[in-house]
Design a protein around this ligand. Structure first.
Ligand SMILES: [Ca+2]
Ligand SMILES: [Ca+2]
Length: 510
C-alpha cells in the first residue's frame, strides 16, 4: 500500500504540472488572467460566418463567459430567476443550469442586468456573484458546495463588480450607496471570503466610496502584492493578504467602471467624465446636431413643441435617440414627463425668446463633470500619493465602460463612436487615435489573442486590429446581434456573447 501511495502522488503532481504547463493562462475571470484581457497563445483569426463552430441561445445576462478545460460558465436572468449555466466547449450544448435561491431582484438600469458580474472559476470550483443574492459556489458539475447571502448593495445602475481570487481567498468589492446604520458614511466594503467554505476571512470598510462598477486587480510589484480597487473618486491600494489600506490616488469622476491593469512596477486605471465624455474638452457640435435633428419645421431652432418622441437632453449624442444611454432619463408618466421637458426647455432658453438656437445652446453647454483620466501609478507609496506616485496622466479618448488593455508597453482604449486610442505605457504619450468605422456605443472590453486586438461594438461590429505603434486593421465582421459582453479566448476559439446567443468562432477554414 505504501509503495502505491508513494508512487501515485508524484504521478498526480506530474499530471497536474503538465496540464498547467499546457494551459498557463486559463480564461478564469472577468477579462481573463488577472483581468489582462490577453491570451498570448491564442490563434483565432478574423471571425466570420464561415468559422462559426456553434451558437447557443442563452437567457439574457451581461456576465462574461469563463472557461475550464472543457466547459464554459456564465450567468443569466430567466423568468425572474438568476441562473448559472455550464456549456460544453466543443459542442456549445448546455450541460447544466442552476437557479440561485429566490430573492428580491436589485434595481438595475435599462442598459444593465441583474446577471452582470462575471463568475470566477478555478481548477475544481466555480464562484458566482449576484448583487441580488450574494455568492454561490459550485463544482464544475453544478453541485452546490456552499452559498452566502450578502445584503444587496444599493447602486445607481445595478451591481457589476466581479469576484476575483487571491490564493485561497475570494475577493469581492461591494461598494454601496446605502449608509451604515445611524451613520452618514457608506457601508461600502471589501469582502475576503475563504474559497473552501464561504466563511469571511476579513472585511475592509470603504466608508467614503459610493456605488461603483469596477472589478479590482491583483498587483504584484517589486515591493509586494496589493489589491488595487478603483472606486468613485479614487484608486486605492490594499496590502495582501490582509487587506490593509495603503495608498490612494484622487481625481476620478463619480462613476468608475473599468478594471485597473498592471505591468510590473506600474498600475494603470481609467475613468471617463461623469456622463461618459472621453475628452477634457468635448466638441459641442454633435450635441447640437442631436438636438436639432428634432427641428420639425426646418428653421434651425428648436421650440418646445418640437421636443417630441425620443427627445431628451443628449449625454451621448453618438447613440441613437431612444437608446437607454442617449440622454437624461425622463419619467414615463406623461404629466411628469411634460413638466420635466418644460423645465428643461426654459432652463436652456436663456434669452427667453421661445427657441433654442445654436449659439445659445453651445454657449451654455457643460459636457460632463470631473475629468477623463488614465493614470499610471508607481508602487511604494502610503497615504494620499496623488502628488507623489503618479507617473503620468492622459486625458483623451477615455472609455466610459470598456476597460483599456495593456499589451507590450502600449495601452489601447476604445470609446463611444468607435474611437480607438493607443498610448505608449511608459510615459503616457499618444501613439495614434483613429476611428474604427463602427459607430454607437462600446461596452465590451477589448481582448488580445496572440497579437490581434479584438474590439466589439454594442451594435455588433467586431474589429480585429494588429497591435503595434501604427493602426492597422486586419478585418471586420458584423455579428448581427448586439454585443455588450467582453469575449473570452480559448487557444483556438473566440467566444462571443451577444444579446441572444453565445457564439464560438474557430480558426478560419481554408
Ligand atoms: Ca424649429
Ligand atoms: Ca432662446
Amino acid at each position: 500500500m505504501h509503495h502505491r501511495f508513494v508512487f501515485f502522488i508524484p504521478l498526480l503532481v506530474l499530471v497536474h504540472f503538465l496540464v498547467c504547463a499546457q494551459n498557463p493562462e486559463p480564461w478564469n475571470q472577468f477579462r481573463g488572467p488577472n483581468g489582462s484581457g490577453i491570451r498570448k497563445d491564442a490563434k483565432v483569426g478574423i471571425p466570420s460566418m464561415d468559422n462559426v463552430l456553434w451558437k447557443t441561445p442563452l437567457p439574457f445576462g451581461l456576465s462574461c463567459p469563463v472557461l475550464s478545460e472543457d466547459k464554459i460558465f456564465l450567468t443569466g436572468f430567466e423568468k425572474d430567476r438568476l441562473v448559472t449555466l455550464a456549456l460544453d466547449r466543443k459542442s456549445g450544448k448546455i450541460l447544466w443550469k442552476k437557479k440561485a435561491p429566490e430573492t428580491v431582484i436589485e434595481k438595475f438600469h435599462q442598459s444593465s442586468s441583474p446577471a452582470t458580474p462575471t463568475p470566477f472559476v478555478d481548477h475544481d470550483r466555480l464562484f458566482v456573484y449576484f448583487g441580488s443574492f450574494g455568492l454561490l459556489c459550485y463544482d464544475h458539475e453544478g453541485k452546490e458546495i456552499w452559498k452566502k447571502r450578502i445584503p444587496s448593495p444599493k447602486s445607481l445602475y445595478g451591481t457589476s463588480s466581479s469576484p476575483i481570487a487571491y490564493e485561497d481567498l475570494l475577493i469581492l468589492v461591494a461598494d454601496d450607496d446605502a449608509n451604515l446604520p445611524d451613520s452618514r458614511v457608506s457601508r461600502s466594503r471589501i469582502l475576503a471570503i475563504h474559497k473552501k467554505d464561504g466563511s469571511t476571512a476579513w472585511e475592509r470598510p470603504r466608508p467614503f466610496h459610493r456605488s461603483g462598477w469596477s472589478t479590482p486587480t491583483i498587483w504584484k510589484h517589486s515591493e509586494g502584492k496589493e489589491l488595487v480597487v478603483l472606486g468613485n473618486g479614487s484608486l486605492r491600494g490594499y496590502s495582501l493578504p490582509d487587506g490593509e489600506g495603503k495608498w490612494q490616488v484622487d481625481g476620478f469622476s463619480r462613476e468608475t467602471i473599468a478594471r485597473p491593469m498592471v505591468q510590473n512596477d506600474l498600475v494603470f486605471a481609467s475613468g471617463s467624465k461623469l456622463g461618459g465624455s472621453a475628452d477634457l474638452n468635448s466638441d459641442p457640435a454633435p450635441f447640437w446636431k442631436a438636438v436639432i435633428s428634432f427641428d420639425a419645421n426646418g428653421d434651425d431652432r428648436l421650440e418646445r413643441k418640437e421636443m417630441t418622441g425620443h427627445f431628451t437632453f443628449p449625454f451621448r449624442p453618438q447613440l441613437p435617440p431612444g437608446h437607454p444611454g442617449y440622454g437624461l432619463p425622463l419619467p414615463k408618466d406623461p404629466e411628469k414627463r411634460k413638466k420635466r421637458l418644460d423645465g428643461m426647455f426654459l432652463w436652456m432658453d436663456k434669452n427667453k425668446d421661445g427657441f433654442w438656437d445654436k449659439d445659445e445652446f453651445i454657449g451654455n453647454l457643460t459636457i460632463g463633470r470631473g475629468k477623463p483620466l488614465l493614470i499610471a501609478v508607481k508602487p511604494g507609496g502610503t497615504g494620499n500619493v496623488t502628488d507623489s506616485h503618479v507617473a503620468w496622466e492622459f486625458n483623451k479618448g477615455i472609455p466610459e465602460v470598456p476597460s483599456p488593455i495593456l499589451h507590450e508597453k502600449r495601452i489601447y482604449m476604445v470609446s463611444n463612436g468607435g474611437v480607438l486610442t493607443c498610448v505608449e505605457a511608459g510615459k503616457g504619450a499618444m501613439l495614434y487615435r483613429t476611428r474604427l468605422g463602427g459607430l454607437g456605443q462600446y461596452v465590451a472590453s477589448p481582448v488580445i489573442a496572440g497579437s490581434n486586438l479584438i474590439l466589439a461594438s454594442e451594435e455588433g461590429l467586431i474589429s480585429v486590429v494588429q497591435t503595434g505603434d501604427e493602426f492597422k486593421i486586419l478585418g471586420q465582421f458584423e455579428l448581427g446581434e448586439s454585443i455588450q459582453v467582453t469575449p473570452a479566448l480559448g487557444r483556438k476559439t473566440l467566444y462571443v456573447r451577444g444579446k441572444q446567443n453565445l457564439w464560438a468562432f474557430g480558426p478560419a477554414k481554408r
